[in-house]
Design a protein around this ligand. Structure first.
Ligand code: GLN
Length: 546
Protein backbone atom coordinates (compact mmCIF):
# COMPACT_ATOMS: atom_id res chain seq x y z
CA UNK A 1 0.00 0.00 0.00
CA UNK A 2 1.25 3.49 -0.86
CA UNK A 3 1.99 6.07 1.81
CA UNK A 4 1.13 9.75 1.35
CA UNK A 5 3.02 12.98 1.94
CA UNK A 6 0.93 16.15 1.74
CA UNK A 7 2.77 19.39 1.17
CA UNK A 8 0.95 22.62 2.00
CA UNK A 9 2.10 26.23 1.73
CA UNK A 10 1.82 29.10 4.13
CA UNK A 11 2.30 32.87 4.33
CA UNK A 12 2.67 33.66 0.60
CA UNK A 13 2.61 31.82 -2.70
CA UNK A 14 5.74 31.19 -4.78
CA UNK A 15 7.80 30.04 -1.79
CA UNK A 16 9.05 27.05 -3.73
CA UNK A 17 6.53 24.42 -2.69
CA UNK A 18 6.76 22.72 -6.08
CA UNK A 19 10.54 22.47 -5.89
CA UNK A 20 10.24 21.17 -2.32
CA UNK A 21 7.85 18.43 -3.48
CA UNK A 22 10.16 17.57 -6.39
CA UNK A 23 13.18 17.53 -4.06
CA UNK A 24 11.49 15.31 -1.49
CA UNK A 25 10.87 12.97 -4.43
CA UNK A 26 14.56 13.10 -5.33
CA UNK A 27 15.82 12.30 -1.83
CA UNK A 28 13.37 9.42 -1.42
CA UNK A 29 14.19 8.04 -4.85
CA UNK A 30 17.88 8.22 -4.00
CA UNK A 31 17.04 5.63 -1.32
CA UNK A 32 15.38 3.33 -3.86
CA UNK A 33 11.94 4.27 -2.58
CA UNK A 34 9.56 4.57 -5.54
CA UNK A 35 7.68 7.85 -5.68
CA UNK A 36 5.14 9.70 -7.72
CA UNK A 37 3.64 13.17 -7.35
CA UNK A 38 0.34 14.94 -7.73
CA UNK A 39 -0.61 18.60 -7.86
CA UNK A 40 -3.94 19.88 -6.56
CA UNK A 41 -4.87 23.20 -8.14
CA UNK A 42 -7.70 25.05 -6.44
CA UNK A 43 -8.93 27.06 -9.43
CA UNK A 44 -12.16 26.19 -11.24
CA UNK A 45 -10.64 25.75 -14.69
CA UNK A 46 -10.80 22.10 -15.69
CA UNK A 47 -7.18 22.44 -16.79
CA UNK A 48 -4.77 25.36 -17.06
CA UNK A 49 -4.80 25.01 -20.87
CA UNK A 50 -7.30 27.82 -21.30
CA UNK A 51 -5.42 30.24 -19.03
CA UNK A 52 -3.04 32.90 -20.26
CA UNK A 53 0.62 32.09 -19.64
CA UNK A 54 0.80 35.52 -17.98
CA UNK A 55 -1.53 34.24 -15.28
CA UNK A 56 -0.16 30.82 -14.85
CA UNK A 57 3.19 30.40 -16.53
CA UNK A 58 3.87 27.48 -18.80
CA UNK A 59 1.32 24.78 -19.48
CA UNK A 60 3.18 21.51 -19.01
CA UNK A 61 1.95 18.58 -21.13
CA UNK A 62 2.19 14.98 -19.92
CA UNK A 63 2.85 12.07 -22.24
CA UNK A 64 -0.83 11.10 -22.14
CA UNK A 65 -1.85 14.61 -23.12
CA UNK A 66 -2.93 16.29 -19.89
CA UNK A 67 -2.43 20.06 -19.84
CA UNK A 68 -1.06 20.75 -16.40
CA UNK A 69 0.67 23.13 -14.07
CA UNK A 70 4.37 23.79 -14.62
CA UNK A 71 5.16 22.18 -11.28
CA UNK A 72 4.58 18.80 -12.94
CA UNK A 73 7.55 19.58 -15.14
CA UNK A 74 9.70 20.00 -12.05
CA UNK A 75 8.40 16.73 -10.61
CA UNK A 76 9.30 14.92 -13.84
CA UNK A 77 12.74 16.48 -14.08
CA UNK A 78 13.62 15.89 -10.43
CA UNK A 79 12.11 12.44 -9.96
CA UNK A 80 12.81 11.31 -13.52
CA UNK A 81 9.38 9.79 -14.06
CA UNK A 82 6.79 10.28 -16.78
CA UNK A 83 3.63 11.40 -15.03
CA UNK A 84 0.12 11.01 -16.35
CA UNK A 85 -3.18 12.83 -16.20
CA UNK A 86 -3.82 11.38 -12.70
CA UNK A 87 -1.08 13.66 -11.36
CA UNK A 88 -3.01 16.82 -12.09
CA UNK A 89 -6.20 17.63 -10.21
CA UNK A 90 -8.12 20.92 -10.31
CA UNK A 91 -11.21 22.01 -8.43
CA UNK A 92 -12.85 22.40 -11.82
CA UNK A 93 -12.37 18.69 -12.56
CA UNK A 94 -13.63 17.66 -9.15
CA UNK A 95 -16.77 19.81 -9.23
CA UNK A 96 -17.66 18.88 -12.81
CA UNK A 97 -17.29 15.19 -11.93
CA UNK A 98 -19.46 15.52 -8.82
CA UNK A 99 -22.11 17.44 -10.76
CA UNK A 100 -22.02 14.91 -13.63
CA UNK A 101 -22.59 12.12 -11.08
CA UNK A 102 -25.49 14.01 -9.56
CA UNK A 103 -27.03 14.45 -13.04
CA UNK A 104 -26.65 10.75 -13.70
CA UNK A 105 -28.46 10.03 -10.46
CA UNK A 106 -25.48 8.32 -8.82
CA UNK A 107 -26.25 9.79 -5.41
CA UNK A 108 -29.77 8.38 -5.13
CA UNK A 109 -31.60 11.57 -4.25
CA UNK A 110 -29.16 12.66 -1.52
CA UNK A 111 -28.13 16.22 -0.79
CA UNK A 112 -24.82 16.85 -2.50
CA UNK A 113 -22.34 18.59 -0.21
CA UNK A 114 -18.68 19.56 -0.07
CA UNK A 115 -18.25 17.06 2.76
CA UNK A 116 -18.57 14.17 1.98
CA UNK A 117 -19.20 14.28 -1.80
CA UNK A 118 -16.55 16.69 -2.98
CA UNK A 119 -13.97 15.46 -0.47
CA UNK A 120 -14.65 11.82 -1.43
CA UNK A 121 -14.10 12.64 -5.06
CA UNK A 122 -10.78 14.27 -4.12
CA UNK A 123 -9.71 11.27 -2.02
CA UNK A 124 -10.57 8.99 -4.95
CA UNK A 125 -8.02 10.92 -7.01
CA UNK A 126 -5.32 10.34 -4.36
CA UNK A 127 -6.08 6.64 -4.26
CA UNK A 128 -6.38 6.29 -8.02
CA UNK A 129 -2.86 7.63 -8.50
CA UNK A 130 -1.55 5.38 -5.71
CA UNK A 131 -3.14 2.32 -7.30
CA UNK A 132 -2.07 3.13 -10.82
CA UNK A 133 1.52 4.07 -9.99
CA UNK A 134 2.03 1.45 -7.25
CA UNK A 135 4.54 3.94 -5.81
CA UNK A 136 5.80 3.44 -2.25
CA UNK A 137 5.13 7.12 -1.60
CA UNK A 138 2.71 9.52 -3.29
CA UNK A 139 3.70 13.15 -2.71
CA UNK A 140 0.78 15.54 -3.05
CA UNK A 141 1.16 19.29 -3.36
CA UNK A 142 -1.83 21.31 -2.25
CA UNK A 143 -1.74 24.39 -4.49
CA UNK A 144 -2.32 27.88 -3.15
CA UNK A 145 -1.79 29.03 0.41
CA UNK A 146 -3.42 27.73 3.58
CA UNK A 147 -6.37 29.99 4.34
CA UNK A 148 -7.50 30.38 0.71
CA UNK A 149 -11.24 29.74 0.37
CA UNK A 150 -10.81 27.52 -2.69
CA UNK A 151 -8.24 25.26 -1.08
CA UNK A 152 -10.43 24.18 1.85
CA UNK A 153 -11.95 21.01 0.30
CA UNK A 154 -8.48 19.77 -0.65
CA UNK A 155 -7.15 20.33 2.88
CA UNK A 156 -10.21 18.67 4.38
CA UNK A 157 -9.67 15.65 2.12
CA UNK A 158 -5.99 15.54 3.13
CA UNK A 159 -7.08 15.60 6.79
CA UNK A 160 -9.58 12.79 6.32
CA UNK A 161 -6.90 10.61 4.74
CA UNK A 162 -5.10 10.32 8.08
CA UNK A 163 -7.84 8.17 9.56
CA UNK A 164 -8.24 6.15 6.41
CA UNK A 165 -4.62 5.12 5.97
CA UNK A 166 -3.30 5.41 9.54
CA UNK A 167 -0.82 7.70 11.24
CA UNK A 168 2.36 5.94 10.02
CA UNK A 169 1.28 6.13 6.42
CA UNK A 170 0.80 9.85 6.14
CA UNK A 171 2.94 12.90 6.65
CA UNK A 172 2.14 16.59 6.50
CA UNK A 173 4.86 18.99 5.41
CA UNK A 174 4.20 22.73 5.60
CA UNK A 175 6.38 25.13 3.58
CA UNK A 176 6.46 28.71 4.85
CA UNK A 177 8.38 31.91 4.41
CA UNK A 178 10.35 33.73 7.09
CA UNK A 179 10.32 37.38 6.00
CA UNK A 180 13.35 39.52 6.78
CA UNK A 181 12.88 42.94 8.33
CA UNK A 182 15.60 45.27 7.27
CA UNK A 183 14.92 47.82 10.00
CA UNK A 184 15.58 45.35 12.82
CA UNK A 185 17.74 42.98 10.74
CA UNK A 186 15.84 39.89 11.76
CA UNK A 187 13.75 37.05 10.38
CA UNK A 188 10.16 36.96 11.59
CA UNK A 189 8.39 33.75 12.59
CA UNK A 190 4.96 35.19 13.32
CA UNK A 191 3.50 34.63 9.81
CA UNK A 192 4.59 30.99 10.08
CA UNK A 193 2.89 30.64 13.46
CA UNK A 194 -0.29 32.11 12.00
CA UNK A 195 -0.32 29.83 8.99
CA UNK A 196 0.28 26.78 11.19
CA UNK A 197 -2.62 27.92 13.38
CA UNK A 198 -4.74 28.13 10.27
CA UNK A 199 -3.77 24.57 9.33
CA UNK A 200 -4.56 23.32 12.82
CA UNK A 201 -7.97 24.98 12.69
CA UNK A 202 -8.67 22.71 9.72
CA UNK A 203 -7.42 19.76 11.76
CA UNK A 204 -3.94 19.26 10.33
CA UNK A 205 -0.92 19.40 12.61
CA UNK A 206 2.18 19.57 10.41
CA UNK A 207 4.89 16.99 11.08
CA UNK A 208 7.57 18.97 9.31
CA UNK A 209 7.93 22.69 8.64
CA UNK A 210 10.25 23.76 5.84
CA UNK A 211 11.19 27.41 6.23
CA UNK A 212 12.09 29.38 3.15
CA UNK A 213 14.30 32.34 3.78
CA UNK A 214 16.74 34.55 1.94
CA UNK A 215 18.95 34.68 5.04
CA UNK A 216 20.52 32.02 7.28
CA UNK A 217 18.15 30.72 9.97
CA UNK A 218 19.58 30.76 13.49
CA UNK A 219 19.21 28.00 16.09
CA UNK A 220 17.11 30.42 18.13
CA UNK A 221 14.60 30.82 15.30
CA UNK A 222 14.42 27.06 14.77
CA UNK A 223 13.77 26.55 18.49
CA UNK A 224 11.10 29.20 18.47
CA UNK A 225 9.25 27.66 15.51
CA UNK A 226 9.55 24.23 17.12
CA UNK A 227 8.03 25.51 20.37
CA UNK A 228 5.25 27.66 18.95
CA UNK A 229 4.24 25.34 16.15
CA UNK A 230 4.61 22.13 18.16
CA UNK A 231 6.96 20.26 15.84
CA UNK A 232 10.18 18.52 16.80
CA UNK A 233 13.26 20.71 16.63
CA UNK A 234 14.82 18.48 13.94
CA UNK A 235 11.61 18.74 11.93
CA UNK A 236 12.10 22.48 11.42
CA UNK A 237 14.01 22.40 8.14
CA UNK A 238 15.73 25.56 6.97
CA UNK A 239 15.49 26.16 3.24
CA UNK A 240 17.67 29.14 2.55
CA UNK A 241 17.72 30.44 -1.01
CA UNK A 242 20.26 28.69 -3.21
CA UNK A 243 21.69 29.68 -6.57
CA UNK A 244 20.22 26.75 -8.52
CA UNK A 245 17.01 24.81 -7.91
CA UNK A 246 18.95 21.58 -8.46
CA UNK A 247 20.72 22.20 -5.16
CA UNK A 248 17.53 21.98 -3.10
CA UNK A 249 17.55 18.14 -2.75
CA UNK A 250 21.14 18.36 -1.44
CA UNK A 251 20.19 21.04 1.07
CA UNK A 252 17.19 19.05 2.32
CA UNK A 253 19.28 15.89 2.60
CA UNK A 254 21.95 17.73 4.53
CA UNK A 255 19.34 19.03 6.95
CA UNK A 256 18.28 15.44 7.62
CA UNK A 257 14.90 15.56 5.90
CA UNK A 258 15.37 12.20 4.15
CA UNK A 259 16.10 10.30 7.35
CA UNK A 260 13.31 12.12 9.16
CA UNK A 261 10.72 11.08 6.55
CA UNK A 262 12.01 7.49 6.55
CA UNK A 263 11.75 7.30 10.37
CA UNK A 264 8.36 8.96 10.62
CA UNK A 265 6.81 6.84 7.88
CA UNK A 266 8.60 3.64 8.82
CA UNK A 267 9.94 3.20 5.29
CA UNK A 268 12.54 0.59 4.43
CA UNK A 269 15.13 2.38 2.36
CA UNK A 270 18.58 1.70 0.91
CA UNK A 271 21.34 4.14 1.86
CA UNK A 272 20.89 7.40 -0.03
CA UNK A 273 22.97 8.05 -3.12
CA UNK A 274 22.83 11.62 -4.35
CA UNK A 275 26.23 11.56 -6.06
CA UNK A 276 24.77 12.35 -9.49
CA UNK A 277 22.99 15.40 -8.09
CA UNK A 278 26.14 16.50 -6.36
CA UNK A 279 28.03 16.21 -9.65
CA UNK A 280 25.32 18.14 -11.46
CA UNK A 281 25.40 20.97 -8.91
CA UNK A 282 29.22 21.06 -8.92
CA UNK A 283 29.11 21.38 -12.69
CA UNK A 284 26.51 24.17 -12.57
CA UNK A 285 28.65 26.08 -10.10
CA UNK A 286 31.90 25.73 -12.03
CA UNK A 287 32.60 28.79 -14.18
CA UNK A 288 32.29 27.84 -17.85
CA UNK A 289 32.51 29.64 -21.14
CA UNK A 290 29.07 30.98 -22.07
CA UNK A 291 27.00 30.29 -25.17
CA UNK A 292 24.70 33.20 -25.96
CA UNK A 293 21.21 32.26 -27.06
CA UNK A 294 18.26 34.54 -27.87
CA UNK A 295 14.80 33.34 -26.95
CA UNK A 296 12.43 35.29 -29.18
CA UNK A 297 8.90 35.00 -27.84
CA UNK A 298 5.68 36.68 -26.99
CA UNK A 299 5.51 36.15 -23.24
CA UNK A 300 9.15 36.91 -22.33
CA UNK A 301 8.19 39.35 -19.55
CA UNK A 302 7.11 36.31 -17.54
CA UNK A 303 9.95 33.87 -17.83
CA UNK A 304 7.90 31.13 -16.15
CA UNK A 305 5.96 30.94 -19.43
CA UNK A 306 8.99 29.15 -20.90
CA UNK A 307 10.05 27.19 -17.83
CA UNK A 308 10.75 23.85 -19.53
CA UNK A 309 12.47 25.53 -22.48
CA UNK A 310 14.90 27.25 -20.13
CA UNK A 311 15.52 24.03 -18.23
CA UNK A 312 16.06 22.05 -21.44
CA UNK A 313 18.59 24.67 -22.61
CA UNK A 314 20.31 24.35 -19.24
CA UNK A 315 20.54 20.54 -19.53
CA UNK A 316 21.98 20.82 -23.04
CA UNK A 317 24.46 23.50 -22.03
CA UNK A 318 25.74 21.38 -19.15
CA UNK A 319 26.18 18.45 -21.52
CA UNK A 320 28.60 20.59 -23.54
CA UNK A 321 30.36 21.91 -20.44
CA UNK A 322 29.28 25.48 -21.18
CA UNK A 323 27.29 28.18 -19.43
CA UNK A 324 23.99 29.56 -20.69
CA UNK A 325 23.75 33.24 -21.47
CA UNK A 326 20.11 33.58 -22.36
CA UNK A 327 18.70 36.84 -23.65
CA UNK A 328 14.95 37.26 -23.70
CA UNK A 329 13.80 39.14 -26.77
CA UNK A 330 10.15 40.32 -26.89
CA UNK A 331 9.30 39.46 -30.50
CA UNK A 332 7.21 42.63 -30.92
CA UNK A 333 10.37 44.73 -30.67
CA UNK A 334 11.66 43.10 -33.87
CA UNK A 335 8.52 43.91 -35.87
CA UNK A 336 8.30 46.23 -38.88
CA UNK A 337 11.57 48.05 -39.09
CA UNK A 338 12.39 47.18 -35.45
CA UNK A 339 16.03 46.83 -34.59
CA UNK A 340 17.33 43.28 -35.02
CA UNK A 341 20.85 44.22 -33.99
CA UNK A 342 20.22 42.52 -30.65
CA UNK A 343 20.52 39.24 -32.59
CA UNK A 344 23.93 40.13 -33.93
CA UNK A 345 25.78 38.96 -30.87
CA UNK A 346 23.95 35.67 -30.34
CA UNK A 347 25.13 32.19 -31.27
CA UNK A 348 21.70 30.61 -31.52
CA UNK A 349 18.03 31.62 -31.81
CA UNK A 350 15.15 29.74 -30.29
CA UNK A 351 11.50 30.47 -31.08
CA UNK A 352 9.27 28.67 -28.57
CA UNK A 353 5.57 27.81 -28.57
CA UNK A 354 2.74 30.31 -28.35
CA UNK A 355 -0.72 31.30 -29.48
CA UNK A 356 -2.19 34.32 -31.26
CA UNK A 357 -0.91 36.84 -33.76
CA UNK A 358 0.86 39.29 -31.47
CA UNK A 359 4.59 39.37 -32.11
CA UNK A 360 4.51 36.80 -34.94
CA UNK A 361 6.09 39.09 -37.55
CA UNK A 362 8.99 39.72 -35.13
CA UNK A 363 9.55 35.99 -34.81
CA UNK A 364 9.51 35.68 -38.61
CA UNK A 365 12.19 38.36 -38.80
CA UNK A 366 14.28 36.46 -36.28
CA UNK A 367 13.94 33.34 -38.46
CA UNK A 368 15.00 35.34 -41.54
CA UNK A 369 18.00 36.58 -39.60
CA UNK A 370 18.92 33.03 -38.58
CA UNK A 371 18.52 31.66 -42.12
CA UNK A 372 20.40 34.42 -43.88
CA UNK A 373 23.22 34.66 -41.36
CA UNK A 374 23.48 30.88 -40.85
CA UNK A 375 22.83 31.18 -37.12
CA UNK A 376 21.55 27.93 -35.51
CA UNK A 377 17.79 28.03 -35.04
CA UNK A 378 15.49 25.78 -33.05
CA UNK A 379 11.73 26.20 -33.47
CA UNK A 380 9.30 24.63 -31.05
CA UNK A 381 5.72 24.13 -32.26
CA UNK A 382 4.83 27.75 -33.03
CA UNK A 383 8.54 28.12 -33.75
CA UNK A 384 8.08 25.54 -36.53
CA UNK A 385 5.11 27.46 -37.94
CA UNK A 386 7.28 30.59 -37.93
CA UNK A 387 10.13 28.79 -39.70
CA UNK A 388 7.75 27.43 -42.35
CA UNK A 389 6.11 30.83 -42.88
CA UNK A 390 9.49 32.52 -43.21
CA UNK A 391 10.88 29.95 -45.61
CA UNK A 392 7.69 30.00 -47.70
CA UNK A 393 7.83 33.76 -48.07
CA UNK A 394 11.35 33.38 -49.38
CA UNK A 395 10.61 30.32 -51.55
CA UNK A 396 7.27 31.47 -52.95
CA UNK A 397 8.43 35.05 -53.34
CA UNK A 398 5.42 36.45 -51.50
CA UNK A 399 5.05 38.02 -48.10
CA UNK A 400 1.52 36.72 -47.97
CA UNK A 401 2.47 33.19 -46.91
CA UNK A 402 1.06 32.70 -43.43
CA UNK A 403 -0.70 30.43 -40.98
CA UNK A 404 -4.49 30.64 -41.03
CA UNK A 405 -4.20 31.17 -37.27
CA UNK A 406 -2.90 34.67 -38.07
CA UNK A 407 -4.58 35.39 -41.38
CA UNK A 408 -7.62 33.28 -42.20
CA UNK A 409 -7.73 34.55 -45.80
CA UNK A 410 -4.08 34.27 -46.74
CA UNK A 411 -3.34 33.31 -50.35
CA UNK A 412 -0.69 30.87 -49.19
CA UNK A 413 -1.96 29.06 -46.08
CA UNK A 414 1.25 27.11 -45.46
CA UNK A 415 0.10 26.28 -41.93
CA UNK A 416 -3.56 25.39 -41.61
CA UNK A 417 -6.16 23.16 -40.01
CA UNK A 418 -6.14 19.72 -41.58
CA UNK A 419 -9.21 19.17 -43.77
CA UNK A 420 -10.86 16.99 -41.09
CA UNK A 421 -10.25 19.64 -38.40
CA UNK A 422 -12.15 22.43 -40.14
CA UNK A 423 -15.26 23.68 -38.40
CA UNK A 424 -13.82 23.36 -34.90
CA UNK A 425 -14.91 26.33 -32.82
CA UNK A 426 -14.53 25.26 -29.19
CA UNK A 427 -11.25 26.29 -27.63
CA UNK A 428 -11.08 23.85 -24.68
CA UNK A 429 -9.87 20.32 -25.39
CA UNK A 430 -9.55 20.62 -29.18
CA UNK A 431 -5.81 20.31 -29.56
CA UNK A 432 -3.48 17.54 -30.61
CA UNK A 433 -2.11 16.73 -27.19
CA UNK A 434 0.48 14.41 -25.72
CA UNK A 435 2.73 11.76 -27.24
CA UNK A 436 2.61 10.95 -30.94
CA UNK A 437 5.04 8.72 -32.84
CA UNK A 438 7.33 10.31 -35.37
CA UNK A 439 9.46 8.50 -37.95
CA UNK A 440 12.78 10.18 -38.63
CA UNK A 441 14.34 10.28 -42.08
CA UNK A 442 17.77 8.69 -42.35
CA UNK A 443 20.64 11.09 -42.71
CA UNK A 444 18.69 14.10 -41.43
CA UNK A 445 19.85 16.20 -38.48
CA UNK A 446 16.85 15.03 -36.50
CA UNK A 447 17.75 11.37 -37.11
CA UNK A 448 21.35 12.09 -36.21
CA UNK A 449 20.27 13.75 -32.97
CA UNK A 450 17.94 11.00 -31.76
CA UNK A 451 19.86 8.04 -33.17
CA UNK A 452 16.61 6.03 -33.27
CA UNK A 453 13.21 5.96 -34.94
CA UNK A 454 10.34 6.21 -34.29
CA UNK A 455 10.53 8.68 -31.46
CA UNK A 456 7.70 9.80 -29.18
CA UNK A 457 7.38 13.44 -28.24
CA UNK A 458 4.62 15.58 -26.76
CA UNK A 459 2.31 17.88 -28.71
CA UNK A 460 0.03 20.79 -27.91
CA UNK A 461 -1.32 22.62 -30.93
CA UNK A 462 -4.22 22.96 -33.36
CA UNK A 463 -2.54 23.90 -36.63
CA UNK A 464 -0.38 21.71 -38.88
CA UNK A 465 1.91 21.96 -41.87
CA UNK A 466 -0.21 22.22 -45.03
CA UNK A 467 0.72 19.30 -47.30
CA UNK A 468 -0.27 21.20 -50.43
CA UNK A 469 3.00 23.11 -50.13
CA UNK A 470 5.22 20.14 -49.42
CA UNK A 471 6.68 19.72 -52.88
CA UNK A 472 7.23 23.38 -53.64
CA UNK A 473 9.06 24.03 -50.41
CA UNK A 474 11.05 20.84 -50.71
CA UNK A 475 12.32 21.98 -54.10
CA UNK A 476 13.46 25.23 -52.52
CA UNK A 477 15.45 23.37 -49.85
CA UNK A 478 13.18 22.36 -47.02
CA UNK A 479 13.72 18.85 -45.65
CA UNK A 480 10.90 16.95 -43.94
CA UNK A 481 12.92 14.95 -41.49
CA UNK A 482 10.15 13.78 -39.17
CA UNK A 483 6.77 12.45 -40.29
CA UNK A 484 3.85 10.73 -38.64
CA UNK A 485 3.93 6.97 -39.40
CA UNK A 486 1.19 7.40 -42.04
CA UNK A 487 3.26 10.16 -43.65
CA UNK A 488 0.42 12.69 -43.41
CA UNK A 489 1.83 15.02 -40.77
CA UNK A 490 5.09 16.91 -40.92
CA UNK A 491 6.54 16.69 -37.40
CA UNK A 492 10.09 17.95 -37.98
CA UNK A 493 11.53 20.07 -40.77
CA UNK A 494 14.97 21.42 -41.52
CA UNK A 495 16.60 23.85 -43.92
CA UNK A 496 19.07 21.97 -46.13
CA UNK A 497 21.41 24.83 -46.93
CA UNK A 498 22.09 25.88 -43.37
CA UNK A 499 24.42 24.67 -40.60
CA UNK A 500 21.54 23.88 -38.20
CA UNK A 501 18.04 25.22 -38.74
CA UNK A 502 15.44 22.80 -37.49
CA UNK A 503 11.97 22.98 -36.02
CA UNK A 504 9.57 20.47 -34.54
CA UNK A 505 5.79 20.40 -34.37
CA UNK A 506 6.13 18.78 -30.94
CA UNK A 507 7.60 20.26 -27.78
CA UNK A 508 10.94 18.52 -27.14
CA UNK A 509 11.51 20.62 -24.02
CA UNK A 510 9.08 18.49 -22.01
CA UNK A 511 11.20 15.34 -22.17
CA UNK A 512 14.54 16.90 -21.31
CA UNK A 513 16.04 15.88 -17.98
CA UNK A 514 19.16 16.89 -16.09
CA UNK A 515 21.80 14.42 -17.21
CA UNK A 516 19.75 13.42 -20.30
CA UNK A 517 19.24 16.54 -22.41
CA UNK A 518 16.69 16.26 -25.18
CA UNK A 519 18.61 15.39 -28.38
CA UNK A 520 17.34 18.41 -30.36
CA UNK A 521 18.34 20.86 -27.62
CA UNK A 522 21.66 19.06 -27.23
CA UNK A 523 22.53 19.34 -30.92
CA UNK A 524 21.19 22.89 -31.19
CA UNK A 525 23.62 23.98 -28.46
CA UNK A 526 26.30 21.80 -30.06
CA UNK A 527 25.90 23.83 -33.26
CA UNK A 528 25.55 27.17 -31.44
CA UNK A 529 28.72 26.76 -29.41
CA UNK A 530 30.71 26.65 -32.65
CA UNK A 531 29.40 30.02 -33.82
CA UNK A 532 31.94 32.69 -33.08
CA UNK A 533 30.76 35.29 -30.63
CA UNK A 534 30.78 38.89 -31.71
CA UNK A 535 34.21 40.27 -31.04
CA UNK A 536 35.70 36.77 -30.70
CA UNK A 537 36.81 36.57 -34.33
CA UNK A 538 40.54 35.99 -34.64
CA UNK A 539 42.38 39.12 -35.79
CA UNK A 540 43.40 39.19 -39.43
CA UNK A 541 47.01 38.12 -39.93
CA UNK A 542 49.00 41.30 -40.22
CA UNK A 543 51.49 41.03 -42.97
CA UNK A 544 54.56 43.22 -42.93
CA UNK A 545 53.87 44.77 -46.33
CA UNK A 546 50.41 46.13 -45.34
N1 GLN B 1 -0.65 28.37 -32.01
C1 GLN B 1 -0.16 27.20 -32.65
C2 GLN B 1 -1.23 26.12 -32.80
O1 GLN B 1 -2.25 26.16 -32.15
C3 GLN B 1 1.07 26.66 -31.95
C4 GLN B 1 0.82 26.16 -30.57
C5 GLN B 1 2.05 25.99 -29.73
O2 GLN B 1 3.09 26.57 -30.02
N2 GLN B 1 1.96 25.24 -28.66
O3 GLN B 1 -1.07 25.19 -33.56
Amino acid sequence: MSKYIFVTGGVVSSVGKGITVASIGTILKSRQISVTAQKLDPYLNVDPGTMSPYQHGEVFVTQDGAETDLDLGNYERFIDVNLTTESSVTSGQIYSEVIAKERRGDFLGGTIQVVPHVTSEIKDRFKRLAEKSKADVVIIEVGGTVGDIEGLPFLEAARQMRNEVGRDNILYVHVTLLPYLNSTKELKTKPTQHSVNELRRIGIQPDIIACRSDYPISEEIRNKISLFCDVERKAVIPLTTVSTIYEVPLVLEEEGLGQLIVDKMKLKPRPPDLSQWQELVNLIKTPREPVKIALVGKYVELQDAYFSVREALQHAILHHGRDLELIWVPSETLENSGDVSVLRSVQGIIVPGGFGIRGIEGMVRAATYARENKIPYLGLCLGMHVMVIEFSRYALGSNEANSTEFNADTRYPVIDFLPDQKGQKIKGGTMRLGNYPCELVNGSRAAQAYGQSPIYERHRHRYEFNNEYRQRLEKAGMVYSGLSPDGRLVEVCEIADHPWMLASQFHPEFTSRPGHPNPLFRDFIGAAKNVLREGAQPPLPLSSNL
